[in-house]
Design a protein around this ligand. Structure first.
Ligand SMILES: [Zn+2]
Length: 304
């Protein structure tokens, strides 16, 4: 039996999966803590430990393993960058993991793995089975994105393919941790929308509470915040649509629970793209939930 092995490397947990490559049936899932505070070397040894545990339990061995990680592997320097688990940055992680587990690995960032999983095994597969180009978005505490073309992640020359969260949308916007100003992430991530609401109302609410007020219809600041989200989001998506015109867009993350993203978002998009017809791009809610990372990681090594 041909199997796919994937690992979702997170800041708090490392999760592994083994799937039947023909049926995508999950044979085993297992997770252990990352214990990132103990440092980079410890993370590598935890990964090796997890792979050994899975081998032991399944009596199977991988020919390659896919990894979903925060940040990205820079193709030129072969080192990690942009990871929020900061001890990984600057490390030759691909090489180090390959040495530790003894097989080749593929690495893609978590938003790319999300997009890949939803495109090949998730909602896009169900709803738009002939989709060739898929754009996956995570709208949460941060804003991430990934482009999948014919079932392959587009990593790009610098390893930043799909990093739409850091497209500049507002020239005079808020400073972003990336060093620029007015990135998509500073406009419509969850915390940025909460800040927007707070500025209007003087009140600090969670995104859930803001959306609840919006639905009840008696808080004009909540209405303005949701309008700001859909308007900015539609405009930001127009830059993607005018370049790669995806066959489907999948939106995950906490802010993705706001229904207007899928209804008003496409309406706003219409105002900004080079197209006079209605917007046909389906905006889809993801199907795989927290499993997208680990399934996308496994999908990375299907070609081995
Ligand atoms: Zn930024």
């Amino acid at each position: 039996m041909k199997t796919l092995w994937g690992v979702d490397l997170g800041g708090t947990k490392i999760e592994g999966v083994v799937m039947n490559a023909n049926t995508n049936e999950v044979l085993l899932r297992k997770r252990i803590p990352t214990e990132a505070v103990k440092g980079y070397e410890h993370i590598i040894s935890q990964i090796a430990r997890l792979i050994d545990m899975i081998k032991e339990e399944t009596k199977l061995s991988p020919v390659a393993v896919g990894f979903s990680t925060p940040g990205a592997l820079d193709p030129s320097t072969q080192t990690m960058k942009n990871c929020n688990t900061t001890c990984m940055n600057g490390q030759r992680m691909k090489e180090d993991i390959e040495r530790a587990i003894g097989v080749p690995i593929e690495i893609a960032n978590d938003a790319n793995c999300f997009a890949l999983a939803e495109a090949t095994m998730g909602i896009v597969k169900d709803v738009v089975p002939d989709a060739k180009v898929v754009f996956g978005i995570i709208l949460g505490t941060g804003v991430g994105g990934g482009v999948v073309i014919n079932g392959q992640v587009l990593n790009g020359r610098h390893g930043i393919g799909g990093e739409w969260g850091h497209n500049v949308l507002e020239d005079d916007g808020y400073e972003c941790y990336c060093g620029k100003r007015g990135c998509n992430e500073t406009v419509f991530s969850g915390p940025s929308l909460q800040r927007y609401y707070e500025k209007l109302s003087g009140k600090t609410l969670t995104m859930k509470e803001i959306y609840q007020n919006f639905k009840e219809g008696n808080d004009p600041h909540a209405t303005a915040t949701v309008k700001y989200l859909t308007k900015s989001f539609g405009k930001a998506i127009s830059y993607i649509t005018n370049v790669i015109d995806p066959d489907a867009i999948v939106v995950g993350g906490g802010v993705g629970n706001i229904d207007e993203v899928y209804t008003e978002g496409p309406e706003e998009l219409k105002n900004y793209i080079f197209n006079s017809r209605v917007v046909e791009t389906p905006f889809l809610k993801p199907k795989l939930g927290d499993s997208a990372g680990v399934f996308g990681a496994a999908e990375l090594v299907r070609g081995y």
